[in-house]
Ligand binder design. Structure first.
Ligand SMILES: COC(=O)C(/C=C/C1=C(C)CCCC1(C)C)=C/O[C@H]1C=C(C)C(=O)O1
Ligand code: AKG
Ligand code: FE2
Length: 359
């Protein structure tokens, strides 16, 4: 993926949200104040946090008898088709590792600004500490500090961005990411089977899959009604795995039936969502659902997000199994590296990024 010429991007001054919060401002800087149409839905007009979202028991897939495997695979297929988001329990990821990852991420965000700025995200790039997806001086900013790293393949890593503090942070990211890779590979196997395909279809197609991690830290905000924690977007990945830190308030919302629906997450579960790659491959049978995050008046929130996607060389187009007279081909053939470049060089804007591939 060719880097964007940094000199041509003028993003203006980007306030660090945690530093802003330290002074407990009564007014929110204009760059964070959303236009009316973009502001979070007022509480009284919002549906209660959803606990109807499907829950998949991973152990039934990996250790169940043939009946359990079959019924859980069907449940998974239904979750992908009707929600695009689901939670996974008994996911085989050590809960202590998840806790350590959470603690290390929190410790990183609590470091002094000058320490975090050693890993500053360069304008127009997505790795490091700062705000990604900002490309102009008049673009609104998210009420969020982010820290992102490319994980696999090795060539996407920038070793200068791997923190030396907290001391065990980088090792923890490494171990955690290996576990997340297994979760993604396993889920893709059963997603493939649920679609009536071979279990290894995605593994074979994706080559050496691209994996990235992003930690999103949302400080409390005195006017959560005016800001967004994270702009609406769909993920450019094949699958995304989200771990929400313990004690976090509800913050993630998905666009379901044209309404923003807040998601209530089960402690220790992993939240999975379908990304743009799977939408294209299934010709829209499974959709990458638009989502956003909102801020909270008194509580901070932390999410740790893994993106899993095909290798950059892979050419993608809807699989022939999902194209017929009734379901005409909705996406053109394109190279995933080109899509990644397009994704990271545009602001987050709902599902607009996927127009790149639409016919
Ligand atoms: C909101 O989405 C993202 O922040 C994001 C970024 C991922 C990446 C990095 C943090 C570093 C390495 C490159 C990569 C683009 C993977 C989403 O990831 C999605 C978007 C695309 C495209 C993808 O493949 O995963
Ligand atoms: O923090 C959240 O809940 C949402 C994060 C997210 O959507 C992302 O990082 O892509
Ligand atoms: Fe996302």
């Amino acid at each position: 993926m060719a880097p964007v010429p940094i000199s041509s991007i003028k993003v203006g001054h980007i306030d660090d949200v945690q530093e802003l919060r330290k002074n407990r401002p009564k007014t929110i800087p204009e760059r964070f104040v959303r236009d009316m149409s973009e502001r979070p839905t007022p509480a009284m007009a919002l549906s209660p946090p959803s606990s109807d979202m499907p829950v998949i028991d991973f152990s039934k897939l990996t250790k169940g008898n043939s009946e359990q495997i079959q019924s859980e695979t069907l449940k998974l297929a239904d979750a992908c088709e009707s929600w695009g988001f689901f939670q996974v329990l008994n996911h085989e990821v050590d809960l202590t590792l998840m806790e350590i990852m959470e603690k290390s991420s929190r410790e990183f965000f609590m470091l002094p600004l000058e320490e975090k700025q050693k890993y500053q995200m360069a304008p127009g790039t997505v790795q490091g500490y700062g705000q990604a997806f900002v490309f102009s001086e008049d673009q609104k900013l998210d009420w969020c500090n982010m820290f992102a790293l490319g994980i696999e393949p090795q060539f996407i890593r920038n070793p200068n961005l791997w923190p030396k503090k907290p001391a065990t942070f980088s090792e923890t990211v490494e171990v955690y990411s290996r576990e997340m890779r297994k979760v993604c590979q396993n889920l893709l196997k059963y997603i493939g089977l649920g679609l009536g395909l071979e279990g290894d279809v995605f593994e074979k197609m994706f080559g050496e899959a691209v994996q990235a991690i992003r930690m999103n830290y949302y400080p409390p905000c005195s006017r959560p009604d005016l800001v967004l924690g994270l702009s609406p977007h769909s993920d450019g990945s094949a699958l995304t795995v989200l771990q929400q830190a313990k004690g976090s308030p509800v913050g993630l919302q998905i666009l379901k039936d044209q309404t923003w629906l807040p998601l209530q997450l089960i402690p220790n579960a992993l939240l999975i969502n379908i990304g743009d790659t799977i939408e294209v491959l299934t010709n829209g049978k499974y959709k990458s659902v638009e989502h956003r995050a909102v801020a909270h008046k008194d509580k901070d929130r932390l999410s740790i997000v893994t993106f899993y996607a095909p290798s950059y060389e892979v050419e993608l187009s809807p699989m022939q199994e999902f194209v017929d007279e009734k379901n005409t081909c909705k996406y053109r053939r394109y190279n995933h590296g080109e899509y990644s470049k397009h994704y990271v060089t545009n602001k987050l804007q709902g599902k607009k990024t996927l127009d790149f591939a639409k016919i």
